[in-house]
Design a protein around this ligand. Structure first.
Ligand code: RP5
Length: 300
């Protein structure tokens, strides 16, 4: 872990490796995004029971933990949308044996299952059993459209961000993939629903696919996302008309600083840092020097 970056604000660390192992030359190497486990195991949304604390050495499902007996929790909204009792619902049956298309693998790889046939969180134990607020057993797929621009008046790099209704935190305007929907379509749909902006997100650079360090995570349900990035020039960025909708209380161009990145919902700050690092590597003259310095601080 030689090249692990600093983690301001006590975030889960995301770090880049260069082309050769141990290289610190992240701007020139093959940038790869990693997320280490896992802040979600210390947080939970309102309404969740308190998580059991799991020490690092007991995260791994293969490590025996005979006394492990976390509280079981499934939100009322999930139970009410169980497709086996509500044909218009969006959630799996509460009885996992009734799930017809239970995945055997996810973006993270082949899944482990417990004795009751429930999929196990690939990042390991997190102190709450059941699905919490998540509808699917196992991976709940999401998509995260990252849109940035430079505001030359203030010298800032800005993120098209929404303030979430559930916890007031600022976030990438992402959302869940609907049944049968391609993630690329979800990127466009969620961006439009939450911000009023329509962009061809499929043209954006693929930044990350995998586990999201989201506080709703449980032992048996978690979020995996596809994040793509579009950087708009000043004219295109300035021409967009923003309108908050769906789960978004507000939408705005959020100036990116170490502080604002550190406060973004779930692991979103690190998706954005990764997106900007990749952009800088491709166009070294584009980003203001203050932003490049900040990126260096993350990666070195
Ligand atoms: C995050 O939750 C994902 O990265 C995505 O942004 C979001 C999807 O959930 P909702 O916004 O639909 O609640 O962890």
């Amino acid at each position: 872990m030689e090249n692990k970056p600093k983690c301001p604000g006590g975030w889960p660390s995301i770090f880049a490796t260069g082309g050769t192992e141990g290289s610190r030359d992240w701007l020139n190497g093959d940038l790869e995004v990693y997320i280490e486990p896992y802040r979600a195991r210390f947080e939970w949304p309102a309404g969740y029971p308190r998580r059991i604390k799991i020490s690092d050495d007991l995260l791994d499902w293969n490590t025996p933990f005979p006394d492990y007996d976390p509280p079981y929790f499934v939100a009322e909204s999930v139970l009410a949308n169980d497709v086996s009792i509500n044909s218009a619902g969006w959630a799996d049956p509460e009885d996992v044996a009734l799930v017809v298309d239970l995945p055997r693998e996810s973006i993270e790889g082949p899944l482990l299952f417990d004795a009751q046939g429930r999929p196990l969180n690939p990042r390991g134990r997190c102190g709450i059993a059941g699905r919490g607020l998540l509808g699917k057993w196992g991976p709940n797929f999401a998509a995260d459209p990252i849109v940035t621009r430079i505001n030359s008046k203030f010298g800032d790099v800005e993120l098209l961000a929404v303030q979430r209704r559930d916890n007031d935190l600022w976030a990438i305007p992402g959302g869940m993939v609907d049944r049968g929907e391609e993630a690329t379509r979800t990127l466009v749909r969620e961006l439009a629903e939450e911000t009023g902006v329509t962009l061809e997100m499929g043209r954006g650079r693929l930044i990350y696919r995998g586990f999201v360090d989201d506080p709703r995570t449980t032992d048996h349900a978690w979020i995996e996302t596809t994040a793509r990035h579009l950087h708009l020039d000043e004219a295109a960025g300035g021409a967009l008309e923003l309108q908050a909708g769906s789960d978004a209380r507000r939408v705005n161009w959020l100036p990116l600083t170490e502080k604002s990145l550190g406060k973004l919902y779930a692991g979103h700050g690190y998706f954005v840092v990764s997106a900007l690092a990749m952009l800088h590597r491709e166009q070294p003259q584009l980003l203001p020097e203050s932003m490049v310095q900040m990126l260096r601080n993350y990666y070195l």
